[in-house]
Design a protein around this ligand. Structure first.
Ligand SMILES: Nc1ncnc2c1ncn2[C@@H]1O[C@H](COP(=O)(O)OP(=O)(O)OP(=O)(O)O)[C@@H](O)[C@H]1O
Length: 618
């Protein structure tokens, strides 16, 4: 009985992109199929270790490639874990990946802008796996049987909207995918994938490191049982033996990222806790970096046997973009994720891995500033989370951070470089936090700092709002917000006198809005600004809480007045003469709020008060 089922909407859109083949390098479809087959073999071996009773065959695990020039087909077969009917529907008929909708939206944008390269780049970042076979196929057939189950299933589709499913009583364990090839088209870089030489070349190029034997046309006379790949685990080979290209291919295999890695790292330890690791930094932020369900972690192997993907225990959250493999010698293959979190050996490996990554970034910063700049632009936002969570490495993380500042419009600065530029008399690193650079640059809080020639860090990432409360100094120099606490810029000017009555009058009039009214030493041109106490929530943080659906505690701030501003001295005199009115105090407060880019609680009331005042002045 054959069933016809529709692809999920996102899957349909992705398939259309494949069929109309926006990706120029079509050979990669074979890499994707071989990569999936290799994963399936890893899984079946693990299943047999974990549960000795399941009826899985693990005798001759391998991948088979069969070409048929007459029928114009290429078949990729594995005797791995296979899929149940439900899994076929869930895994092949739908795309469960986070970020799909976003990626498709971006892709439509790129397409309507006519940028083919950009579309290809997006799809490369996303990774498309099995669907890439539709770049070269008129039709794809798949027969699969889940290891340990009795019945298989046959899947077939032209990629246009629907697929069919049919039970297969006598399917072998694992998955066979037959690609019915489109005609060869040299101009479109569509090679003859029914030609064994072509297939051999592609496997050598893209899949040589796959540890399972890949056999080409094994049943035939000219075919043989000899694998066409060299099967060496890259992380176990001497470093000098492995080429950059081999690393890059392996990176693609473990990360599903089609772009080159930014950095490759090797580490190993001998003795009681023996392990080897091969790690990569990506050259761009993965789609799901800031999504709740993002993946984290590297693959864990035990004595060359794959144990799990995304091993969280090996990588802290803030380094979730690190990809690669850790191969440990003395762990049980049966380990669960929970046990791993407690395992001493894993904790030690994790510690070293973190140090290695931080050192690699530091070296990049020192020796390859452009590469570092790329890294920081793409992934710095995640790294900064470590300032909060990884206390032991806080200093090392601070060292590799760079921040936009008033020093340069486009080049961020490290804290060390900031310190070197500090003029005589400045003993604090100043920063401002907020939504946008331009908002911060124009905020009244910066006035006195600018006047004194003090550089200010302009921190606009959401995470900046949080780590600044935890990190209080860098190399012995305190960090301070320009919008919090009292500032002492070391000026010898005397405290202006005669404002006490004004301050207490305004304090009373604005008691609903602010907790204190005081004179400011941070203003040169604006009449007033709002500041917080050191532990207070900032307005941006308040907004972030609201955006997450939480109502933060109401924080009253402090209104600071510029004693040399005519509006302030005028109001002082009016107050002394008994003619000051509450609405002027409210206007001053509203102006301070607007100047820092804040939102008025009642904009209409503010405008009415302002209009009435202006009328009087005309
Ligand atoms: N040969 C196979 N044997 C068993 N399961 C497979 C096989 N090929 C694909 N699958 C299953 O289908 C899922 C989807 O495969 P697909 O290639 O589309 O994406 P992926 O490999 O998960 O990720 P990516 O798209 O980034 O390559 C896989 O995660 C796997 O569970």
């Amino acid at each position: 009985m054959t069933e016809t089922i529709e692809f999920q909407a996102e899957a349909r859109q992705l398939l259309q992109l494949m069929i109309h083949s926006i990706y120029s390098d079509k050979d990669v479809f074979l890499r994707e199929l071989v990569s999936n087959a290799s994963d399936a073999l890893d899984k079946v071996r693990l299943a047999s270790y974990v549960d000795k009773d399941v009826a899985v065959e693990t005798d001759d695990l391998h991948i088979e490639l069969v070409t048929d020039a007459e029928q114009r087909t290429l078949t990729v077969r594995d005797n791995g874990i296979g899929m149940t009917r439900e899994e076929v529907v869930d895994l092949i008929g739908t795309i469960a990946k986070s970020g799909t909708a976003e990626m498709l939206a971006k892709m439509r944008e790129a397409e309507s802008a006519g940028s083919k390269e950009q579309t290809a780049e997006l799809i490369g970042q996303f990774g498309i796996g099995f669907y890439s076979s539709f770049m070269v196929a008129e039709r794809v057939e798949m027969t699969t049987r889940k290891a340990g189950t009795a019945e298989g299933v046959h899947w077939e589709s032209t990629g246009e909207g629907t697929y069919t499913l049919e039970p297969v009583p006598d399917a072998p364990q694992g998955t066979a995918i037959t690609v019915h090839l489109k005609p060869e088209d040299a101009e479109d870089a569509l090679h003859d994938y029914a030609n064994p030489d072509t297939v051999r070349r592609i496997v050598k190029r893209y899949s040589d490191f796959i540890t399972w034997p890949i056999r080409l046309n094994p049943g035939e006379e000219e075919g043989s049982q000899e694998p066409i790949n060299s099967r060496k685990a890259l992380w176990a080979r001497p470093q000098s033996d492995v080429t950059a290209e081999e690393y890059a291919e392996f990176y693609r295999h473990v990360s599903h990222d089609w772009q080159e890695p930014l950095e490759t790292m090797r580490l190993s330890a001998e003795g009681t806790f023996e392990y080897q690791a091969l790690l990569f930094l990506p050259s761009h932020a993965p789609m799901d970096l800031f999504m709740r369900e993002h993946k984290r972690g590297v693959q864990l192997y035990v004595k060359r046997v794959f144990v799990m993907d995304d091993c969280e225990a090996l990588v802290p959250e803030y380094l979730r973009f690190v990809k690669g493999v850790v191969d440990a010698q003395d762990l049980s293959l049966n380990v669960s994720r929970e046990i791993l979190q407690q395992d001493r050996q894993i904790q030690m490996i994790r510690k070293r891995l973190v140090r290695k990554v931080l050192q690699t970034i530091a070296a990049m910063q020192e020796n390859e500033p452009e590469k570092y700049a790329t890294f920081w632009r793409e992934l710095g936002r995640a790294v900064k989370e470590g300032l909060l969570s990884d206390h032991d490495n806080q200093k090392a993380i601070l060292d590799i951070c760079s921040f936009p500042s008033t020093h340069s419009a486009d080049e961020p600065t490290t804290l060390a470089a900031y310190k070197q530029r500090m003029p005589e008399g400045q003993d604090t690193i100043y920063y401002a936090t907020g939504d946008s650079r331009s908002g911060l640059e124009n905020s009244p809080h910066l006035e006195a700092f600018r006047a004194k020639g003090y550089e200010v860090l302009l921190l606009t990432d959401p995470v900046d709002e949080v780590w600044v409360d935890v990190v209080t100094e860098f190399d012995g120099t305190p960090l301070a917000s320009v919008a919090k606490g009292e500032v002492d810029l070391g000026d010898e000017t005397e405290t202006p006198e005669g404002f006490d009555d004004l301050l207490s009058w305004m304090g009373t009039e604005l008691a609903e809005e602010v907790k204190e009214v005081r004179l400011s030493s941070r203003l040169t041109t604006s009449p007033a600004c709002l500041v917080g106490d050191p532990g207070d929530l900032t307005p941006t943080l308040e907004k972030m809480y609201r955006a997450m659906g939480q109502e933060p505690p109401k924080v009253k701030r402090i209104l600071e007045l510029n004693p040399s501003h005519p509006l302030v001295t005028g109001l002082r005199d009016a107050q002394a003469g008994g003619t000051a009115e509450k609405d002027v105090a409210e206007l001053l407060y509203g102006m301070a709020l607007l100047a820092e880019g804040g939102d008025l609680a009642e904009p209409a009331a503010f405008v009415n008060t302002l209009a009435a005042r202006l009328q009087k002045a005309l």
